[in-house]
Design a protein around this ligand. Sequence first.
Ligand code: R5P
Length: 294
Amino acid sequence: MLLLTLPGGAALAAALATQLQCSWSPLVVHRFPDGEQLVRIGCDVQGQRVVLVGSLHQPDAKVLSLLFAADAARELGALSVGLLCPYLAYMRQDMRFQPGDAISSKTFARVLSQAVDFLITVDPHLHRWHDLSQIYSIRTRVVPAAEAIAQWIRGHIESPVLVGPDSESRQWVEQVAALAQAPFFVLNKTRHGDRDVTLDAAPRLLLGSHTPVLVDDIISSGATVLAAGHALRAAGSRPPVCIGVHALFAPELQAALLQAGYTQVVTCDTVPHATNGISMAGPLAAALLEMNSG
Ligand code: R5P
């Protein structure tokens, strides 16, 4: 097996290569003055099971590199080409919200399915799609972050109550709560715009003397977790903790969350960020080993 890193994927590829005792090599991406790119594979892929490694946050800048590299690897004799992207982009656009909207998740899935043989990712935003197989025609494997998050909570928070900020989050929060053996509840969110959400009041009774631990899959603009923090504090909660799986984080958000009363902000390392404190390298390595032997 040979790991080829997509832009930004070097740290993850190095961690996986150590666990799997295989080699990795950075993909060379050269930008021409006109903005076009040249992708070069700097090692021999003949007869190798190649895996492209890297998260797909800021996807538009990375997807062409991925497509060019996948084709080049096959032309140069790779046995197979897989994709390990801990964050899978475009999953939230899963319906035509306004007349004329593109359902990007479907198109993105079709493009990736034509380029690679399999895909491994961590907790994709499955909301209206219930399974990746509804839109991806290749083999896919979802690695859940719940066990790693629950382990972090068990080791760091005394008497937690888990909080989901919206109905979509129930699937993750419920699972983490069961593994952490903690109670949980889910708030009700209404989204008015990209950076504008409102949440119903948090239930005082369920907070008790617990430390609220907010768990969401994606933290992007931060509107959701900021509103949740305010709702919890308004209900008289103890200072809350914030956990996200995918740290897409708008600039300055980490400071804003601490100012809003969160005592800790921790994320999984699916998207490189200063808040990364929960490693997914072990479960991802295991999934890769299993997928590549199938
Ligand atoms: C939405 O349904 C997701 O689960 C997240 O709650 C959402 O993407 C967070 O976005 P933001 O940080 O911009 O509120």
